[in-house]
Structure formats: structure tokens, C-alpha cells
Write a protein that binds this ligand. Sequence first.
Ligand SMILES: *Cc1c(COP(=O)(O)O)cnc(C)c1O
Length: 229
Amino acid sequence: MSEATDRQSTDRLAEVLRRIAEAARAAGRDPASVTLVAVSKTHGADRVRELLQAGQRVFGENRVQEAEGKFPALKAEYADLQLHLIGPLQTNKARDAVALFDVIESVDRERLAVTLAKEMERTGRRPDCYIQVNTGEEPQKAGVLPKDLDAFVASCRDVHKLPVVGLMCIPPVDEEPALHFGLLAKMAARNGLLKVSMGMSADYETAVRMGATHVRVGTALFGQRETHA
Ligand SMILES: *Cc1c(COP(=O)(O)O)cnc(C)c1O
């Protein structure tokens, strides 16, 4: 990587972290209570390494196979690297996901919960799980419907014994995100879940104000993606 690109990534990281801290303080929250998940999908391992060198340790990928191509080597190099799966997970990829990811943010259906539980039992690896909620009730979008959430959380925790720690959402693009963030935070609190993953490049400060513990930021850190993944 050229020194120019290197500097740019580092500057962008500092800027995003500064804005997160500012939004947290404005909301009376401790900036340390918010974790930046750097979304590196479509970007190569060299771009990830720039941020690792600048101190960033938490990354997000939306495809298992793509993550398998770049993260095993980086994890070998940085033992404290934490990898979040933020995209839809097919049951036939559950085994690979449990092996590689430290957090799975997209648990959203019974069959996946069963498969993940079986795989965790088999391997002893227990990545933290978040339930993805389709707060906008969009037909094409993954996630549990709000009305089904409490029962699904209970089933994941009590029946399948999954380590469920939080909720995740991706609001509809054309709606005010704060309403969705507020709803997600409320549903997490109601279910005794401490982690709330919400907010992307366009709205992460709003998400922090609404109680996000994790914001997932790609474009604001790495620049525009060439493909829409
Ligand atoms: C790509 C992606 C992000 C990051 O989006 P940006 O707008 O680039 O910050 C966050 N969450 C999920 C689930 C994504 O797929």
C-alpha cells in the first residue's frame, strides 16, 4: 500500500472514532461503551492491515467465504483481532462461520439457531450471537419480525442454549433511522440483552445517541466500494 492511502485510512479512522466519542458524550454516555466494527467487505487484506496498524481490532464481513480468504492470516498475526459476521448466514455455512467468526450478528431463524447450536456443541467454540431484527418489516430483508422477537430470543437462549448477547438491525434506506434505532434499543432492554448493533456510515452518530454499543462502518473508513456487496 502506498503511504498516501495508508495515511488516508488512518485519518479516516481517527475521524470516525472522534465522532463516535463526541456523539457518546453528547448523549451522556461513556465513549468506551461504543465499539467500532470496521466493515471491510470487498476490500483486500492490505486495507485491513492499515487499520490494524492504526490500532483498530474489530472488523465486520458479510460473507463467510470472502472472510475466509483474508482473515485467517490476519488473525494469526493479531491474536486480539475480533471478527463479526454481519451478513445473512446459510445453514450450510454455519460450520465455517463458527470456526472463523468471534461474533455472529445475523441469527434470524429457528433452523439456523439449531444448526449453530449443534456446531457449537461439536466444537466447543461459542461465538457471541446477536439476533437480527427486521425493524422495517421489509419482505426482502433478513431478520426476525418485531412481533416474533421475544419468543425467538427465548427459544435461542433457553431451548438451543445459544450465547445470545444482543440485537442487530439494518433500517429501511428511505426511513428515519432514529425510529428504528429506538425500537431496537427498547427491544434489547426488554429482553435483557446488553449489546445493540446499529448504525452505518450515514447514521452512526444517530445510532450512538440512541444507545448503540456497536456501530458498523464501512464506507466512511475505507471509501466507496467498487461492488455492492
Ligand atoms: C456493508 C454493511 C455495513 C457498512 O455500510 P457502510 O454504509 O459502508 O458503512 C454495515 N452493516 C451491514 C450489515 C453491511 O452489510
